[in-house]
Design a protein around this ligand. Structure first.
Ligand code: PLP
Length: 363
């Protein structure tokens, strides 16, 4: 029953909407009168085709994706995009700019070095990735093939609250941990990619939003499966797609639509994150946020308790109280609450209340 649902703050894969899981459960053995699960449908069947196309159409509409963009449903996660981007758009002797705002940006940069000469255009590493570099710190090079950013830094809990204007240079963003959490102007970007498993659905599907003119700029010596154009030309049906994940993605999109769309979910996300940030800000230093306030993420709230023993105790008691996934990433420690789209307001309120009670008890 629903009363057994966990207070799930996992960073990814993470919570899915209860309503979506219940619908998938209901349709598991007989999807749409086919007598089969979506998992058992041929990916060339009419029934699957409808799921596939509706999912793409729905994402275009919900995220206000302009006509001159393709939506691709791929595999390999955000991590394969770290390689596919430079493999298609960078080459020996060519430059691209990378802005370092955390470990995922560093991983993207590492892959780019295999194909060309990426430049670090700005970095907040010296400041322990507590902030997003100011827009006027970013040195743009007119010869760049593209500029790469990580829109939300899952591990450090920071996010770009304003995107750089890169003129004719395509802006490429890893939106794995904040896609569809707030309204954005897609037309500012050449390419957006995101693994589905945080805000969109289960792991196994990777969403790529690519401006059509970039498809003509791909390098030629790229393996077929790793070219964006292969998937654009075949409506993401070049080979067997992750059909069940795409169905779940479609159901999550319907759920967002029913909540009132992306603007409504943004409002809800601000309320949710606000509940927890308020506790941190009103704790007289008992809790300290990792991110500087102007760079705070709505999706990953990172904080510490100055006394290390007490921090351990916090994580133990939180676990006992039924909160899941509050340990910070293994590389940085501390605490992190991931409050993706599917995490209910009540779950965030329960954590905020727990944090207040914990402080009262121990300070
Ligand atoms: N980019 C960001 C911002 C992430 O948070 C993650 C995973 O947490 C990844 C990329 C890697 O994604 P995947 O596991 O889908 O390869």
């Amino acid at each position: 029953g629903t009363n057994k649902r966990a207070y799930n703050f996992n960073a990814g894969p993470s919570a899915l909407p209860l309503e979506v899981l219940e619908k998938a459960q209901k349709e598991l053995l007989d999807f749409n009168g086919t007598g089969m699960s979506v998992m058992e449908l041929s990916h060339r069947s009419k029934d699957y085709d409808a799921v596939h196309n509706e999912t793409i159409t729905r994402l275009k509409k919900l995220f206000s994706i302009p006509e001159n963009y393709e939506v691709l449903l791929l595999q390999g996660g955000g991590s394969l995009q770290f390689s596919m981007v430079p493999m298609n758009f960078l080459q020996e002797g060519k430059k691209a700019s990378y802005i370092l705002t955390g470990s995922w940006s560093e991983k993207a940069l590492k892959e780019a070095r295999l194909f060309g000469e990426p430049i670090i255009a700005a970095s907040s590493k010296e400041n322990k990735y507590r902030n997003i570099p100011a827009l006027n710190e970013i040195q743009l090079n007119p010869d760049d093939a593209y500029i790469h950013i990580t829109s939300n830094n899952t591990i450090y809990g920071t996010a770009w609250n304003e995107f750089p204007d890169t003129g004719d240079i395509p802006l490429i963003a890893d939106m794995s941990s904040d896609i569809l959490s707030k309204t954005i102007d897609v037309s500012k970007f050449g390419l957006i990619y995101a693994g589905a498993q945080k805000n969109l659905g289960p792991s196994g599907v990777t969403v790529v939003i690519i401006r059509k003119d970039l498809l003509e700029k791909e390098n030629t010596n790229v393996p077929t499966m790793l070219k964006y154009s292969t998937h654009a030309e075949s409506n993401s049906l070049y080979n067997t797609p992750p059909t069940f994940g795409i169905y779940m993605l479609g159901e999550v999109l319907k759920w967002v639509e029913e909540l009132g769309g992306v603007a409504a979910i943004e409002k809800r996300n601000k309320e949710k994150a606000g509940l927890i940030y308020d506790v941190i800000d009103n704790s007289n230093g008992f809790y300290t946020g990792h991110a500087t306030p102007d760079s705070r993420s709505l999706m990953n709230i990172t904080f510490r308790i100055s006394d290390e023993e007490l921090e351990k105790q916090f994580l133990v008691e939180a676990k006992e109280a039924g909160f899941v996934g509050l340990n910070g990433h293994r590389s940085v420690g501390g605490c992190r609450a991931s409050t993706y789209n599917a995490v209910p307001v009540e779950t965030c309120r329960a954590l905020a209340d727990f944090m207040v009670e914990f402080q009262k008890k121990y300070q």
